[in-house]
Design a protein around this ligand. Structure first.
Ligand code: AMP
Length: 223
């Protein structure tokens, strides 16, 4: 954990569909600190039919990134909230070099040291199959997959018993291809940035969810 003993500050990064959201949620259950997914924050904003919400929705639905200004403003406000004093798990942020630099500045101002930036590595051919098959419970957000993670009882959420499920609009072949292009051009440079800073840790994301979680726990010293 952090050298000041206050908690864990970790970033999950990797290509769309690498499992960063799934792993961030699992880690949250164990260490009880907030899971900050910029994708989820943006989807909540997009659901409001405000001018900003509509603008965000169009970008997400086409697989393009939301502007750095909007996302940095949103994230810096969120990490100022009380629950983040214990630590936090970032999922999907930073996604560009300016975001990585902004994060570094924000943490410096707060005297926080990043424990690790965890890159979950998964080859492209696996990514497409993972994304096109995934869906989630409408009520609690628990994730499932047509082939790899079916609910125990068909049509019923294992976690909350909900019976309504949804698929993300941006989880279609064309949009995923664009998300991968954007990942390589804009997000990939942040990986070398964190490598140079000495905080990058790479994890093979091709195993089972539990096997990947175990590797991450070992790496972070989480029991
Ligand atoms: P995710 O849920 O992480 O897959 O994010 C879904 C979509 O939200 C992305 O494809 C982007 O359009 C947008 N998004 C999420 N996080 C960021 C970010 N840090 N910077 C810019 N756009 C983002």
């Amino acid at each position: 954990m952090n050298k000041d003993g206050l908690g864990l500050h970790v970033v999950f990064t990797g290509a769309p569909g690498c499992g960063k959201g799934t792993q961030a949620r699992l880690l949250k259950e164990k260490v009880h600190i907030p899971h900050l997914s910029t994708g989820e924050m943006l989807r909540a904003e997009a659901a409001k039919a405000t001018p900003l919400g509509l603008e965000i929705k169009a970008l997400i639905d086409n697989g393009n990134l939301v502007s750095d200004d909007v996302i940095i403003g949103m994230l810096s406000k969120r990490i100022d909230e009380d629950d983040c004093k214990k630590g936090f798990i970032l999922d999907g942020f930073p996604r560009t070099l300016p975001q990585a630099e902004a994060l570094e500045k924000l943490l410096e101002q707060k005297g926080i040291t990043l424990n690790a930036v965890i890159e979950i590595q998964v080859p492209d051919e696996i990514i497409m199959e993972r994304i096109l098959g995934r869906y989630a419970c409408m009520k609690c957000g628990q994730g499932y997959h047509d082939k790899y993670q079916k609910p125990k009882v068909y049509g019923v959420c294992d976690v909350c018993g909900g019976t309504d499920f949804y698929r993300r609009i941006d989880d279609n072949r064309e949009t995923v291809q664009n998300r991968l292009v954007n990942y390589r051009a804009l997000t990939y440079p942040t990986i070398s940035y964190f490598e140079k800073k000495g905080v990058l840790r790479c994890v093979d994301g091709t195993g089972s969810i539990a096997a990947v979680a175990k590797k991450i726990d070992d790496l972070l010293g989480v029991k």
